[in-house]
Design a protein around this ligand. Structure first.
Ligand code: SF4
Ligand SMILES: [Fe+2]
Length: 285
């Protein structure tokens, strides 16, 4: 529950606020960029929700890793909003409940006939696990990179799932059952593509040639209205990351970018391809 006594004074006047325990992960700003903004390294409510926008404020509140978003009158939340299918009948669910241990990265559940896949790790709660039980549980846990392992071991144990991480990031999950070394299918239509750069063992996962789970290697930017990559948070090699994204553009198409950090985006495959090519050009400039 957000702490009214720690309400950031920079919040816009009104019911909704962010408290100063915020770690500036950016998740609320990616979910509801019209309402949340950044002020001296902390998120604040820039504009109070208008009619019909409160649902987005609640989505941000339930995703926030530090439970820093709430209402002054302590309104009860409107039930459990996650897992949340991002498009009807897509089988792709945003899990919310970001973990502080992964700096608030988003995690995703993909419901598949061959067994469900958890991409990266939300904060472990038994209530969320029960919701995932109702969706068929988890057979594979696939980590995009070492930063976003968080409660991954608990999720693997809870569901008896296999777990996948690239060998170069493997020390972050020494209990993982499977190490990735090269492009390979985890299941038919679910492809792991190594993209060294953000970390040496970064991987993106492409589902059915459509949904691309990108970890921290590629994201959408609301500010630029374009694809982006995070030079200030590149831990291994910017040159390698540029080359990895160039290879990705050469060899794969996708219609949705679902990142750990940064905004998600659903678009047109040719448009996203062209944007990725131009992003690589900017990265190399
Ligand atoms: S989601 Fe929470 S921790 Fe992350 S920026 Fe927003 S208020 Fe801060
Ligand atoms: Fe990361």
């Amino acid at each position: 529950m957000a702490r009214v006594d720690l309400r950031n004074q920079a919040n816009a006047a009104g019911e909704w606020f962010v408290d100063t325990r915020c770690i500036d992960c950016g998740t609320c700003r990616d979910i509801a960029p019209g309402m949340f903004g950044e002020d001296f390294g902390l998120s604040v409510v820039r504009r109070q929700p208008r009619n019909g926008e409160e649902s987005d404020a609640w989505l941000a509140a339930q995703a926030c890793p530090t439970s820093s978003i709430g209402t002054v009158s302590r309104r009860p939340r409107p039930g459990r909003l996650y897992p949340r299918e991002i498009e009807p009948r897509s089988g792709v669910f945003d899990l919310g409940y970001c973990s502080e241990d992964s700096f608030g990265a988003s995690a995703w559940l993909v419901v598949r006939p061959a067994g469900n896949v958890l991409v990266d790790s939300p904060r472990f709660t038994e209530a969320l696990a029960r919701s995932m039980d109702e969706l068929g549980g988890v057979r594979h846990v696939a980590f995009t990179h070492r930063d976003d392992v968080a409660d991954g071991r608990r999720w693997c144990e809870r569901f008896g799932a296999r777990s996948w991480i690239h060998t170069h990031d493997g020390t972050a999950a020494p209990w993982a059952t499977d190490l990735l070394t090269e492009e390979q299918e985890l299941q038919s239509g679910f492809l792991a593509i190594p993209v060294p750069g953000h970390t040496k063992g970064s991987v993106v996962f492409l589902l059915d040639g459509r949904w691309l789970f990108t970890g921290d290697s590629l994201a959408w930017s609301h500010e630029r209205n374009d694809l982006t990559a995070f030079r200030g948070a590149c831990w291994y090699s910017w040159t390698a990351q540029s080359d990895s994204l160039a290879r990705l553009a050469d060899s794969h198409r996708f219609t949705a970018v679902l990142p750990g950090h940064g905004a998600r985006h659903l678009g047109d495959p040719d448009d996203l391809h062209d944007r990725l090519v131009r992003l690589v050009e900017r990265m190399r400039a």
